[in-house]
Ligand binder design. Structure first.
Ligand code: ISJ
Length: 138
């Protein structure tokens, strides 16, 4: 972990009222020479909407974080839809050429790609594969 990393302490969740949540998160410093010359605010990456740091006295901005989640979900949805589309195009082309419905080694690569997410990553990869090429055994 980098020396500039900060310990984040969420003193209070305004919604749930829960206390004492701890989170460790890397503190991303703004680049030495920023194009805009504007200094980044604490807790904000200068290049994105991502909130990356939190000091020990302020609450997390739940509304801003929820807005970020809404944007992330929209982006994930768009990407999944495009992935399904691309996978179907490849599959249709391969089958039209007399090929197989699935390509085993490619699917293994996809499953391995999602390994960092653990068991759920495997489930997610399986769902993505199934959405693109349909269920197995048909
Ligand atoms: C997209 C392809 O077709 C199928 C779908 C895959 C996928 O969605 O990642 C991978 C392998 C194939 O079973 C491909 O062959 O690349």
């Amino acid at each position: 972990m980098h020396a500039r990393d900060v310990l984040r302490v969420f003193l209070r969740d305004p919604d749930s009222g829960s206390r004492g949540r701890l989170a460790l998160k890397s503190h991303h410093e703004a680049p030495e020479s920023s194009d805009t010359g504007a200094s980044s605010l604490p807790g904000q990456d200068s290049k994105s909407r991502e909130v990356t740091t939190m000091d020990t006295t302020t609450e997390p901005d739940i509304n801003a974080l929820r807005e970020e989640i809404d944007h992330l979900d929209a982006e994930i949805l768009r990407l999944v839809q495009r992935r399904v589309e691309v996978s179907k195009i490849i599959g249709a082309a391969r089958m039209a050429a007399g090929g197989t419905k699935i390509v085993h080694n490619r699917e293994i690569d996809v499953l391995n790609r999602y390994r960092p997410l653990g068991t759920e990553g495997k489930d997610l990869a399986m769902i993505l594969l199934k959405m693109g090429r349909g269920p197995l055994g048909r």
